[in-house]
Ligand binder design. Structure first.
Ligand code: GTR
Length: 409
């Protein structure tokens, strides 16, 4: 949905000339030639720039976090999985802010690798399983009436099941963990008032530009990781973080800031995610800040129509995932997210994987539609529109099998 009335460029010939900040040159112009320099100087410096100019700071993990198991179904998915619902509370009192985690785990004696990601419409949206608690949080109304008066109805169950092939993921030996992103902050400009940016009462709340909605969602992903580390059924060293679109932006930011995630997947994350801002193709900084003024820190608005002044571009966000496996996916009809800009961003980030002695993307020309490429950095452009499909998941599962081998493979 394009709300802003600003012009949009979809013409490759009208992409302006630009020079990207170099991933391996320090802000004061020194070349980065060793892993040590990357880890001690360039990585922290790059992260600091993203915090200051784009996504904001994040508070630390609350000291009194705890989790409460709400339900366990030992015979989910026709008996092959365990379904567990857990509330993670960011404080001691029962009324502390928190988030509801939904887990599907293959039945096995070993701890399992797991795909972890936020969902758009409440945990009940990922499956028709009537055992999933219907979210009582704020949700955007839907034309079909599944969500009415900003609350889910029974018809909302399974609304996004096509995006969550849980049976297949479990059959392949992986678990699934998900949280509704609105548990952290409802996605509208006033959402911060009832989300964790207000309810957490951290030192950051005082500073207007301390963090923004994408930061709040990414912070929630790190708290999900905290929970996964405590659950013996899960192999916390093999958590695969994924996200589609705005949730892909949040996944990339969480993967950049929290190195416990073993692998990161960006599905059609576009502007403010994997795509290069300086190309000004499809959605731009000005569009995103106009349509979603709550997603980024206020300072990011100073780069509206002024992308060259940004001290970073999104290839440097991807580089922050190195040397861990990263997958970037685009869709052919999703010009708004600039597939070419997503590919070039992954290509530009490659040198950081090379610094670690790994092959990253390893190709310089954008592949054809439905022809995945890459080594430790994977990329594909799928035919079809902005979405996450069975095709996308098939690539992610193969990529995880190849790059996160473990006891069950
Ligand atoms: C669009 C937005 C994109 C992307 C998308 C989504 O309206 O402009 O940046 O985040 O929403 O989340 O589906």
């Amino acid at each position: 949905m394009t709300l802003s009335t600003l012009p949009v460029n979809y013409d490759e010939h009208k992409v302006p000339a630009y020079t990207l900040p170099d991933v391996l040159t320090t802000p004061d112009g020194q070349p980065v030639t060793t892993v040590g320099q990357w880890l001690t100087q360039q990585r922290p410096a790059t992260l600091a720039l993203f915090k200051e100019h784009v996504y904001g700071q994040m508070p630390s993990r609350p000291t009194s976090m705890r989790s409460v198991v709400r339900s366990v179904n030992e015979n989910a998915l026709n008996g092959v999985a365990i379904c567990k619902q857990v509330t993670v509370l960011f404080g001691t009192p029962d009324e502390a802010p928190g988030m509801d985690v939904l887990l599907y785990l293959p039945k096995t004696d070993q701890s399992v690798p797991i795909f972890a990601g936020l969902n758009f419409s409440g945990n009940h949206c990922v499956s028709n399983d009537p055992g999933i608690t219907l979210s009582t949080r704020w949700l955007p109304n839907t034309e079909g009436g599944e969500v009415t008066n900003n609350r889910a109805t029974e018809d909302a169950r399974g609304m996004e099941a096509s995006r969550w092939p849980i049976d297949e993921i479990v059959r392949r030996g992986y678990g699934v963990a998900t949280v509704y992103y609105g548990d952290l902050e409802p996605d509208h400009p006033e959402g911060w008032q009832t989300g964790i940016r207000t309810t957490l009462k951290t030192e950051l709340n005082q500073a207007e530009t301390a963090w923004a909605a994408i930061g709040a969602w990414a912070w929630g992903l790190s708290r999900l990781m905290d929970y996964l580390e405590t659950d013996p059924a899960i192999d916390a060293s093999r958590v695969i973080l994924h996200g589609h679109s705005r949730l892909g932006k949040a996944a990339l930011w969480a993967g950049a800031t929290d190195e416990r995630f073993a692998m990161v997947i960006s599905n059609n994350s576009g502007e403010g995610g994997a795509a290069l801002a300086r190309r000004c193709f499809g959605e731009t900084v000005a569009h995103i800040n106009t349509n979603f003024p709550h997603w980024f820190v206020d300072r990011f608005k100073t780069y509206n129509d002024n992308e060259n002044a940004l001290p970073v571009d999104q290839h440097q966000l991807l580089a922050l995932i190195a040397p861990r496996p990263l997958y970037v996916a685009s869709a052919e009809e999703d010009a708004w997210a600039d597939p070419t800009g997503e590919f070039l961003s992954a290509k530009e980030a490659d040198r950081v994987w090379n610094l670690f002695g790994r092959q990253g993307l390893g190709v310089s020309v954008m592949p054809r539609v439905n022809q995945p490429v890459g080594h430790t950095v994977g990329y594909h452009i799928r035919s079809g529109p902005h979405d996450i499909t069975t095709y996308d998941w098939a690539q992610y599962l193969d990529f995880a099998d190849r790059l996160l081998p473990g006891p069950i493979h």
